[in-house]
Design a protein around this ligand. Structure first.
Ligand SMILES: [Zn+2]
Length: 55
């Protein structure tokens, strides 16, 4: 299952990061640096890449 594109926090619109902590990511796969909170996947929204960004 390709989940390409980036994810944004539904609350603040910032890009979220993948949680790296083994324990945390079982429940919260994402982390929003702006809210400083871990996120469930349903708290994020996938933004498909419209153009190609290759930088
Ligand atoms: Zn956020």
């Amino acid at each position: 299952m390709g989940d390409t594109g980036v994810r944004m926090c539904k609350r603040c619109g910032s890009f979220v990061e993948l949680e790296k902590d083994e324990e945390l990511k079982k429940e919260y796969p994402y982390y929003c640096p702006r809210c400083d909170e871990n996120m469930y996947s349903f708290e994020t929204v996938v933004v498909k890449d419209k153009g190609r960004r290759r930088t």
